[in-house]
Design a protein around this ligand. Structure first.
Ligand code: ADP
Length: 494
């Protein structure tokens, strides 16, 4: 029996899942770690805590299965993307808290770059928009603000990495300082066409190249875990950013294949093959993965608040006790009774990119009740996804026929049905919705020779449920028209 250990390091928790050679989940362990909010709009993590949490859950998954570390054929790593860690090369200690992807501390600097007309410069090189979301301005912030950081980086004493690099560096006992193409493409420092760190951008941000990791394929014999960590040397055979990993786990291997993850946020990716398609509609161009030196690109649209809206109904409004009960409550009413919720809690992401927009509940009449509001929340998740899909269709000039869904909120059948209705396309959900961890396992298994072809992988994670559109075109148009009016209200300026 061959075992693959997938390390799924998310934004709020670290997970370890052991897959067998038929792709079945054999053992899982998960642990949450601390979120730090030192100022309004700032989000930080403790990188040491993340590493400890990740290794602890890995050990737990191994021991619960009753195997030893030496039985593991390969490790695959998938991670929260864009988050920045800077550490001392000699002591291995981070020099400051990790600056998390959600952190908005570089908003003003990003506004300045935009006012200076730098949007095209970054888009052409990195495929990205100028936004605090990506790593580059966060790294610059650390070098500008942590005492002596830039000086020490110039002397070659400091290393930078996204969470994948940090984990690999720690797992290999400081031997390998690497990242993969998918993670590098989220830093705003990597040229996705020449496949190199971009010297002009590094100069603009005053970032010494010596602190950046070497960029590798996403699958293959990438590094070896030091025997002191788990008691045995284990090859690390995959690294991929969480969304790209989910795209792989959903078997979106062909150009035009689309997946949407309904997690805390919503992330839609479309495989665009060997072409880096530029978006004219507020999406970003990114690298899906690099295998055998061949790059596959993707178009991506990120929605900041998806399942988090349901958490808000539960934790802040107290309208529900569990996320799951929203499904039956939404079904208890025929419609949202004209209520729309625009969850622009931290501004709007794709395709609007308005960080000043704020959330709103609109269209409330005397007859609107709790169930209408809950239904409107689930509908909002579907509407946001629809806006991203429409942008993708416009960018690629074809009408998409199917999207593959995953993530916690994809378990909600009402949401999936409404999504199919409002998109007017088939929404399918695979057997295993742990597609992020599965993608890393697939990439690692391919790298280690456990699996040999895409076809073999497709058989492992076939879609089991498909939701078909059922409403009329006029009904769809009416609902979408109301949604777009609501969105425009949240973007109005005084
Ligand atoms: P992440 O990996 O981003 O932490 P998950 O994929 O685990 O997120 O999904 C968790 C999110 O999904 C939460 O925001 C939760 O509110 C939402 N969620 C989970 N189950 C349901 C459900 N049955 N209906 C609606 N939302 C759900």
């Amino acid at each position: 029996m061959k075992y693959i250990l997938s390390l799924d390091e998310g934004t709020t928790s670290a997970r370890a899942i052991i897959f067998g050679e038929s792709g079945e989940i054999l053992s899982t362990a998960q642990k949450e770690f601390t979120q730090f909010y030192p100022k309004a709009g700032w989000v930080e993590h403790d990188a040491e805590e993340i590493f400890n949490c990740q290794t602890e859950v890995a050990r737990k998954a191994i021991s619960e299965l009753g195997i030893s570390a030496g039985d593991i054929t390969a490790i695959g790593i998938t991670n929260q993307r864009e988050t920045v860690v800077v550490w001392d090369k000699f002591t291995g200690k981070p020099i400051c808290p990790a600056v998390v992807w959600q952190c908005r501390r570089t908003s003003d600097f990003c506004d300045r770059l935009k006012n200076d007309g730098m949007e095209d410069f970054f888009r052409e090189k990195t495929g990205l928009l100028i936004d605090p979301y990506f790593s580059g301005t966060k790294l610059k912030w650390i070098l500008d603000n942590v005492p002596y950081a830039r000086h020490r980086a110039e002397k070659g004493e400091l290393l930078f990495g996204t969470i994948d690099s940090w984990l690999v560096w720690k797992l290999t006992g400081g031997k390998s300082h690497i990242t993969d193409f998918s993670n590098a493409s989220r830093t705003m420092l990597f040229n996705i066409h020449t496949l190199c760190w971009d010297k002009e951008i590094l100069k603009l941000f005053d970032i010494p190249e010596s602190m950046l990791p070497e960029v590798t394929d996403s699958s293959g014999q990438l590094a070896v875990c030091h025997k002191n960590v788990f008691g045995s040397k284990i090859p690390i055979c995959a690294i991929a950013g969480d969304q790209q990993s989910a795209l792989f786990g959903q078997c979106c291997f062909e150009k035009g294949n689309v997946k949407n993850t309904y997690g805390t946020g919503g992330f839609m990716l479309m495989n665009t093959g060997d072409k880096a398609s530029e978006s004219k509609n507020g999406l970003v161009t990114t690298i899906a993965w690099g295998i055998d030196g061949r790059i596959t690109y993707a178009l991506e649209g990120s929605v900041f608040v998806a399942g988090a809206l349901i958490q808000w109904l539960r934790d802040e409004l107290g309208l529900v006790k569990t996320a799951a009960e929203t499904e039956s409550i939404a079904r208890s009413v025929p419609d949202s009774n004209g209520v729309y919720i625009v969850p622009a809690f931290t501004g709007l992401g794709a395709p609007y990119w308005d960080h000043n927009a704020r959330g709103a509940i609109l269209g409330i009449t005397r007859g609107a009740n709790k169930a209408n509001i809950i239904r409107a929340a689930l509908e909002a998740i579907a509407y946001q996804t629809t806006d991203v899909l429409k942008a993708m269709e416009q960018d690629c000039g074809v009408e998409l026929k199917e999207i593959k869904a995953d993530g916690g909120a994809s378990e909600n059948n009402f949401l999936m049905e409404f999504q199919a209705d409002i998109l007017n396309c088939v929404v399918s959900r695979p057997k295993c919705v742990e597609t992020t961890a599965m993608g890393a396992a697939f990439l690692a298994g391919l790298g280690a020779g456990v699996w040999r072809s895409a076809d073999e992988l497709k058989k492992i994670n076939e879609p089991v449920i498909s939701f078909e559109p059922k409403i009329t075109e006029s009904c769809r148009e009416r609902l979408l028209c109301g949604w777009h009016k609501a969105v425009s209200k949240t973007m109005e300026r005084d």
